[in-house]
Design a binder for this molecule. Structure first.
Ligand code: GLU
Length: 307
C-alpha cells in the first residue's frame, strides 16, 4: 500500500486490537471512533492484529474479532496486518537502536524493578540499575531504551496538551523483552510508520504510552502521527473493560444495538429510529454526522448498562 500522502489522501487511520479475547464494548468504541474519524475525513482505515505478545494471544481471538467487525459492517482497506508476521521489521528497528547505543541490556527482574520504587503515576519506575553496564555475575534479560530527562509533550486532538517526564515517571523502558518478544511500544511505532498511518484514534487507556512511543519515533527518526485519545469505557466498578474484568463479547446478532451504544457513548446522538435501520444506512448516517466536537473529553466513562 502506498503512503497516504503520495496517494493524494492525507488521512490514514487504523484499528489495532490485541487478540486476547473477543471484541467487547471497550474495543468497539475504539473501532467505531477510529473508523468514523477516518471515513468522515475521506481517509483510509487499516486493521492490524496486535499479536506481538504471543504468550497473551488467545487461540481463535483474531478470527473472532475480524468476524465480529465484518458482521458489524466495518470495511477496512488493504490486507489485515499481523504483528506476529512482522518481526523482521521490529528486529531491524531494534538493530538501529542498538548500533546507535540508544538501548542497553538489562539483568533486572520485574520484581527487582517493582521493589526499587514507583514513578509519579504509581507504576514501577526503572531506576537505571544496568544503564552503565550489567552488575557483576548477572546476565542480560531484556533490552531497554535510554530515556533523557525532560518532558515529552504532544497535542492530543481531544484531551489537549499532554506531557510526561519519562525519566522521572517511567525510566528506561523495555523494547526487547526477557522472553525474546519485542515490546508493544516498539512494534506499534514501527508498524504505524511502516504502514503510513497519519492519525491514531484509540482509547485513553493508552495515553500514558504515547510519550514512550513519541520518544521511540524520535530515536528512529520516524514521522509523528497525530493523536486523539477517546474516553475508555469502564464497568460499574470503575475497571477498564477487558477480558480480565470479564467484559461481555459483542453480540453479533444485534449489530445495530452495539453500534448505537458506541455512537451514544461517543456523544454522536444518533436519532432514535436509526437502531432499526439497515447497517448501510446506519454507517452512512454515522460517517455523515461524525463530529469530533461532540466527543466527551474525559479519559474514562462508564459503559452503558448491559455492555
Ligand atoms: N493493541 C492495543 C490494544 O488492543 C492498541 C494499540 C494501539 O491502538 O496503539 O489495547
Amino acid at each position: 500500500m502506498t503512503p497516504a500522502d503520495s496517494s493524494g489522501l492525507n488521512y490514514r487511520g487504523r484499528f489495532a486490537p490485541s487478540p486476547t479475547g473477543a471484541l467487547h464494548f471497550g474495543s468497539l468504541v475504539a473501532a467505531v471512533g477510529s473508523y468514523l474519524d477516518a471515513r468522515a475525513a475521506g481517509g483510509e482505515w487499516l486493521l492490524r492484529i496486535e499479536d506481538v505478545d504471543e504468550p497473551r494471544t488467545a487461540v481463535g481471538a483474531a478470527d473472532s474479532i475480524l468476524r465480529t467487525l465484518e458482521r458489524l459492517g466495518f470495511v477496512w482497506d488493504g490486507e489485515v496486518a499481523y504483528q506476529s508476521r512482522r518481526k523482521a521489521l521490529y528486529r531491524a528497528a531494534f538493530e538501529r537502536l542498538r548500533l546507535s547505543a540508544a538501548v542497553f541490556p538489562c539483568a533486572c527482574t520485574r520484581r527487582e524493578v517493582a521493589d526499587s520504587g514507583l514513578g509519579t503515576d504509581g507504576a514501577p519506575r526503572y531506576p537505571g540499575t544496568c544503564r552503565d553496564g550489567l552488575p557483576p555475575a548477572r546476565a542480560a534479560r531484556a533490552w531497554r531504551l535510554k530515556v533523557e530527562p525532560g518532558r515529552v509533550c504532544f497535542e492530543d486532538a481531544l484531551q489537549g496538551r499532554i506531557c510526561q517526564d519519562l525519566a522521572a515517571e517511567v525510566g528506561d523502558f523495555v523494547v526487547l523483552r526477557a522472553d525474546g518478544f519485542f515490546a508493544y511500544q516498539l512494534a506499534v511505532v514501527v508498524d504505524d510508520a511502516e504502514q503510513g498511518v497519519t492519525h491514531i484514534v484509540r482509547g485513553a487507556d493508552l495515553i500514558d504510552s504515547t510519550p514512550r512511543q513519541i520518544c521511540l519515533q524520535r530515536q528512529l527518526s520516524l514521522p509523528a502521527p497525530s493523536y486523539l485519545h477517546l474516553p475508555a469505557a469502564v464497568n460499574a466498578a470503575g475497571e477498564k473493560l477487558s477480558k480480565q474484568t470479564r467484559a461481555r463479547p459483542i453480540d453479533e446478532c444485534r449489530p445495530q444495538a452495539a453500534l448505537m451504544a458506541a455512537l451514544e457513548f461517543l456523544g454522536q446522538a444518533p436519532p432514535d429510529g436509526l437502531g432499526e435501520a439497515g447497517l448501510d444506512e446506519l454507517w452512512c448516517w454515522a460517517a455523515g454526522h461524525w463530529q469530533r466536537k461532540h466527543l466527551p473529553r474525559c479519559r474514562i466513562a462508564p459503559a452503558p448498562a448491559g455492555w
